[in-house]
Design a protein around this ligand. Structure first.
Ligand code: ZN
Length: 243
């Protein structure tokens, strides 16, 4: 019964989106049964605002809202969720001095969280480019992380399915240029949710209802990956649909 309520609530949250597709209950575990670790990283924070939107809004706050919204939804499903930050801070060690050292320490500490045993990891960011015409979410994974690729595909499918039906961006492998992805032993993805250099998409990404919709899409993508990779048993998912 609980699961049906959650799905109804989620459908309501998404009701302003024309691309809403039905979520079948069988794809979601019964509330509280998942027990799988998920680590969510809200990119940047504190002195590091990340990219700045066409409206002057730094991505760090958008990332935080989406990551925290995703975490809330995953916790409802019973996932064990760790967030790299829950406020506007850098998570560097206290003895790190100067911005450069603090940034290094911050990234090291995020990586330590990403390497928590048997976790599924997603780092939330926003993209930007000099030409404002580009838009659409894009997922990145490390070339040698096959499960990262699978997770990226699940996230892409849900984000485009719910929110960006015209988005044809390909999921991209990276080599050593992204520290977290390169050094993470778990399935890990950097999710660039959209372009804050595009006026239309920036307005959406700065809007809390759209951020919640993005959180929902990311939650379902993570859950799809956990079910299909056997981390969450299909039995749990089926029980969810009949309870
Ligand atoms: Zn970023």
């Amino acid at each position: 019964m609980k699961i049906q309520l959650i799905i109804t609530a989620a459908a309501l949250a998404l009701s302003s989106c024309s691309a809403v597709k039905a979520v079948t209950a069988g794809t979601l575990p019964a509330a509280g049964t998942a027990k799988q670790s998920v680590v969510l990283d809200a990119g940047h924070g504190g002195a590091d605002g990340g990219g700045v939107s066409v409206n002057g809004v730094p991505e760090k706050g958008i990332n935080l809202n989406i990551a925290m919204g995703t975490g809330d939804l995953l916790r409802l499903m019973g996932y064990d969720v760790t967030l790299t930050r829950t406020e506007d801070i850098s998570i560097h060690d206290k003895d790190a001095e100067g911005l450069k050292e603090q940034k290094l320490s911050d990234m090291k500490n995020r990586l330590t969280l990403f390497n928590k045993a048997d976790s599924v990891c997603v780092s939330v960011h926003q993209n930007r480019f000099t030409d404002p015409k580009y838009k659409g979410a894009q997922m990145f994974y490390h070339r040698e992380n096959e499960e990262g690729r699978q997770l990226a595909e699940k996230l892409k499918t849900r984000i485009t399915g719910y929110l960006q039906p015209d988005n044809e961006r390909e999921t991209k492998p990276v080599d050593d240029e992204l520290y977290l992805l390169c050094n993470c032993k778990n399935p890990a993805v950097m999710a660039e949710c959209g372009f804050i250099s595009n006026p239309e998409e920036a307005a959406l990404l700065e809007n809390e209802p759209y951020q919640r919709q993005m959180s929902f899409a990311i939650m379902t993508g993570i859950n799809d990956f956990c079910v299909e990779s056997g981390r969450i048993s299909k039995k749990n998912a089926e029980n969810g649909s009949s309870s």
